[in-house]
Design a protein around this ligand. Structure first.
Ligand code: ADP
Ligand code: MG
Length: 714
C-alpha cells in the first residue's frame, strides 16, 4: 500500500523526501522556497534558519502576532504601558555619541498631526541615519514609557512605501512573523503573500466554498462546524479579514495536527492488535472473594465498575492497555490488588512498579498483608532491597506460550513489587501476565515498555493520581483505554485548605499542636530539592526548629538524601505513631498513606505547581477525621495568591489540573511524556479539547485512509 498521507507539519529539520509514488504530480506546496520570486541563496539561508524550506513550510509559518492597520491610533491617544501601533512622518532624527564614541544612541521623532512620538534605540548604527530621513513615513509598534516627551524604546518599525505593496502591509490586519537576522517583517510578509498568490490556482476553492459546504472541505469540514478548508486556513492564518478569522484558521490547522497524532495512535494500536495475542487472565474469583472480605471496607461503586472493565480486558483477545485514573485517595491500590489477583488466579505472575522506594515498600507491606494469607507469594525488588532471586534457568521464554493452557506446569504465580530496579537488564519476570504501573506520570513510555517486554505481551494497567485534563488524556494516552474512579470512599473527613503568609506561622504552629494533642499526626513539607547537599543542611536546621516549637512531640525527618534504610525507618516510625510529625520534602508526594495524619503544613507553597500541591494534600484526608492543609506562601504577589486560591476553593483534582494547565502550560502535568506533545505548532492543549475529541472521532470512525484524505492539503 502506498503511503497516502503526508504529515501536515513536516519535521522542522527534515528535508521532505519526495514520495516516489506521487512524484509525477508532486504537490506544489512541496516545492523549495527558491521557486518563489525574490528568494535567492541568501534568502533561502535565512528562511532555513527558521525551519522554512518548502512553500508549505512558509505558508505554515505561524505569525507571532497581528497588527490591525486598518485604522491607526492618533499618537496623542497612546496610553502609557500599552502596546499599540501608530504611524507618523519623521520630523527629526539623529545619533548621540558619548564615551569617546564607544556608546551611541539613535533617536527619531515621528509626528502624525495629533502629536509627536520619540523613538529611541540604545545602540545606534550608522545605517539608521540614512534610513530614518526626515519626511519618510513609518509604522511603529511598541509600549510608551512613562516619560516626557512621549517615548518608545526599541519599537518595531516598518516603513510605509507608496506602491503596489500598499495593500499587503497597510490598510488591513497584517501578520508579524517570527524573524531572523537580515529578514524583516515586511519582507517575510511579502514572501508569504506572493506564495499565496502564486499558488492561488492550487488553492482555488479557498475563495469559494463556505466553511461547512462540503465542497473542497471534504468530510472534515462537513463534520466540523465553522472550520474552513486547509487551503482557506492557510490564507486566513496570514491575512485574516478579522482577527477572529486568524483564530479560526489556527483551529483548522490544529485539527490537522491532532488528526496526525491520532492517526499515529491508531496505527500503533492496529499493529499491536495484529501481533499481540492475549493471555487469559480473567480469573475465577477464588482469591478475590476472601481478599474482599478481609479488606475491612466495601469497594465503592466506582471501584467495582472499574474492576468490571478490567476483568473484561483481561479476558479479551488482545492484551489490556488501560489507564486507571482516580483522584488521590480514591482507592486505586485496592483495584490494583484485585486485578493482580485475577491474573494470579489464572496462573500468571504480576509485576507492580512504583516510582519511589517508600511507595514500593508501602505497597509491599499492604500486599503482603492482603495476599500472603491467601497463599500468594509477594516479593520486593528495589535498589536497596531484594527479597528474592529468581533462578534464571527455570524461566523458559520460548516455551512459555506453548505450555500456556496447562497452568500446572508452571511455577506458582507471584506478585513482584518494585521500583525502577525491576527494569534492570538481568532481572527476569517469568510467566508475566500483568504489569501494573503506579503513579505512571513519574515514568516515561520507554520505561513502561521495558517492563512490558519482560513478558510476552502481558496485560498493562497504568495508574495515575495526577488527574489529567481530558485534553491531555486524549492526546497522551490516546492508545490507552481509560477507566476513571470518579467517587471517593464514603466516610472520609473533609479536607480544608488555607493559604497564609509566613507571618501567620506562630498561629499555625499553635493549631498543629492542638491537633497533636487530639491524637492526630502532621506532615510539614519543606520545598527543597532533594539532591542538593546544601539544602539538606537547611532541612536539618528546620528539623531543630520544628522540634523546638512542637516539643514534646516527636518529629521525624524524610528526604531524598537519606539512605534507603533511614527512609524506611522514618516512614515506619510515622506510620506507627512513634513520631507524630513528619518533616519531609516533596518525596512524600506520591502514594504515602497514613490515615491518622490529618494536618499538612506546606512551606513556600508558591514554589510548587498546583497539581503537585494537590498530590501532597492527598496525603491527608484519608481517615474519618477532618483534615487541614495550610499553604504558607512567602510571595505576597497577587499572582501567587490567585494560584494558591484555586486549592482553597476546590478539592477536585480535575479542576485543579485544568487550572494548572491554563496557568503554567502542560509541562508539569505531562511529566515524563512532555517531549511527545510539546511539538504542536497550532494545537493548544489547554483550549482545544473539542478539536482533540473531533480528531479522535474522525480517525476512529473513518480509519486511516479517510483520515489521510482529510488531512491532505486540498
Ligand atoms: P490512591 O487512589 O490515592 O492510590 P489508596 O489506594 O492509597 O488511594 O487508598 C486510600 C485509602 O483509602 C487507603 O487507606 C485505602 O485503604 C482506603 N480505601 C480504599 N478503598 C476504600 C473503600 N472502598 N472504602 C473505604 N476505604 C477505602
Ligand atoms: Mg496510590
Amino acid at each position: 500500500m502506498t503511503h497516502l498521507y503526508r504529515p501536515a507539519v513536516p519535521a522542522r529539520d527534515a528535508k521532505p523526501t519526495p514520495d516516489p509514488s506521487t512524484e509525477g504530480n508532486a504537490s506544489p506546496w512541496q516545492q523549495p522556497v527558491t521557486t518563489l520570486w525574490g528568494v535567492g541563496p541568501e534568502r533561502a539561508q535565512q528562511l532555513a534558519r527558521l525551519g522554512i524550506r518548502t512553500v508549505e513550510d512558509l505558508l505554515l509559518h505561524r505569525p507571532r502576532r497581528y497588527e490591525d492597520r486598518r485604522k491607526f491610533l492618533p499618537i496623542r491617544q497612546l496610553e502609557k504601558g500599552v502596546a499599540a501601533t501608530v504611524r507618523g512622518t519623521v520630523v527629526a532624527a539623529g545619533m548621540k555619541r558619548w564615551r569617546q564614541g564607544t556608546r551611541s544612541m539613535f533617536e527619531c521623532i515621528l509626528e502624525d498631526g495629533s502629536g509627536r512620538l520619540h523613538c529611541r534605540w540604545w545602540q545606534g548604527y550608522p545605517w539608521m541615519e540614512e534610513y530614518y530621513t526626515v519626511g519618510r513615513e513609518f509604522m511603529v509598534f511598541g509600549k510608551v514609557e512613562p516619560l516626557k516627551p512621549r517615548t518608545v524604546d526599541h519599537p518595531e518599525v516598518e516603513p510605509i512605501e507608496a506602491g503596489e505593496d500598499e495593500f499587503i502591509h497597510v490598510n488591513r490586519i497584517v501578520p508579524i512573523h517570527p524573524l531572523t537576522e537580515g529578514l524583516t517583517a515586511r519582507v517575510m510578509r511579502g514572501l508569504v503573500w506572493r506564495a499565496l498568490e502564486k499558488h492561488e490556482r492550487d488553492i482555488a476553492e479557498m475563495f469559494g466554498a463556505p466553511p461547512s459546504g462540503g465542497q473542497g472541505g471534504g468530510p472534515a469540514a462537513a463534520g466540523t462546524p465553522n472550520l474552513p478548508t486547509r487551503a482557506q486556513a492557510m490564507r486566513l492564518l496570514h491575512f485574516p479579514n478579522e482577527l477572529m478569522e486568524a483564530e479560526v484558521a489556527r483551529r483548522r490547522l490544529a485539527l490537522d495536527e491532532f488528526i496526525e497524532l491520532q492517526r499515529g495512535v491508531l496505527e500503533r494500536r492496529k499493529k499491536f492488535e495484529a501481533n499481540a495475542k492475549s493471555l487469559p487472565c480473567g480469573g475465577d474469583n477464588r482469591l478475590i472473594k476472601p481478599l474482599l472480605s478481609q479488606l475491612g471496607f466495601k469497594l465503592t461503586a466506582a471501584q467495582t465498575r472499574v474492576l468490571r472493565e478490567i476483568r473484561e480486558d483481561l479476558r479479551a483477545a488482545h492484551p489490556m492497555r488501560r489507564l486507571l485514573q482516580g483522584d488521590v485517595g480514591s482507592g486505586k491500590t485496592a483495584v490494583a490488588a484485585c486485578a493482580a489477583l485475577m491474573t494470579i488466579e489464572s496462573g500468571y505472575s504480576v509485576a507492580l512498579m512504583a516510582p519511589t522506594e517508600i511507595l514500593a515498600e508501602q505497597h509491599f507491606q499492604n500486599f503482603q498483608r492482603w495476599l500472603e494469607s491467601l497463599g500468594v507469594a509477594v516479593q520486593l525488588q528495589t535498589g536497596a532491597k531484594k527479597t528474592f532471586n529468581i533462578e534464571h534457568s527455570t524461566s523458559d521464554t520460548q516455551g512459555r506460550r506453548a505450555t500456556q493452557p496447562e497452568t500446572r506446569n508452571r511455577k506458582p504465580a507471584t506478585l513482584t513489587i518494585g521500583t525502577h530496579a525491576l527494569l534492570t537488564g538481568g532481572f527476569e519476570l517469568p510467566n508475566l501476565g500483568l504489569v501494573i504501573i503506579d503513579e505512571q506520570h513519574k515514568f516515561g513510555t520507554a520505561q513502561r515498555e521495558t517492563l512490558v517486554r519482560k513478558g510476552s505481551y502481558p496485560h498493562l494497567l497504568v495508574m495515575t493520581a495526577t488527574p489529567i485534563p481530558r485534553t491531555l488524556g486524549l492526546t497522551l494516552y490516546g492508545d490507552l483505554d481509560i477507566s476513571t474512579i470518579d467517587a471517593m470512599p464514603a466516610g472520609r473527613g473533609r479536607v480544608r485548605t488555607f493559604v497564609r503568609l509566613a507571618n501567620a506561622l506562630p498561629k499555625v504552629w499553635d493549631f498543629i499542636r492542638q491537633k497533636l494533642e487530639q491524637g492526630r499526626q502532621a506532615y510539614v513539607v519543606y520545598p527543597r530539592v532533594d539532591d542538593d547537599a546544601g539544602n539538606v543542611k537547611a532541612v536539618v536546621q528546620e528539623l531543630e526548629r520544628v522540634q523546638r516549637v512542637l516539643q514534646p512531640y516527636r518529629v521525624g525527618l524524610l528526604h531524598g538524601r537519606l539512605a534507603p534504610r533511614e527512609k524506611e525507618a522514618a516512614m515506619a516510625d510515622f506510620r506507627a505513631n512513634r513520631t507524630q510529625v513528619l518533616l519531609a520534602t516533596s518525596l512524600i508526594e506520591v502514594g504515602v498513606d497514613v490515615p491518622n495524619a490529618t494536618v499538612m503544613l506546606i512551606e513556600n507553597a508558591e514554589l510548587f505547581g498546583l497539581a503537585q500541591l494537590h498530590q501532597l494534600r492527598g496525603r491527608i484526608g484519608r481517615g474519618a477525621h477532618e483534615s487541614f492543609c495550610v499553604l504558607v506562601s512567602n510571595a505576597d504577589g497577587p499572582e501567587a495568591r490567585t494560584r494558591l486560591k484555586v486549592l482553597e476553593d476546590t478539592n477536585d483534582g480535575f479542576k485543579i489540573a485544568e487550572a494548572d494547565l491554563k496557568l503554567r502550560g502542560p509541562g508539569e502535568l505531562l511529566g515524563q511524556q512532555q517531549s511527545g506533545a510539546a511539538r504542536f505548532r497550532f494545537g493548544d492543549l489547554a483550549n482545544d479539547l473539542d478539536l482533540i475529541q473531533l480528531s479522535r472521532e474522525l480517525v476512529r470512525e473513518n480509519g486511516l485512509t479517510l483520515a489521510a484524505e482529510l488531512s491532505k492539503p486540498t
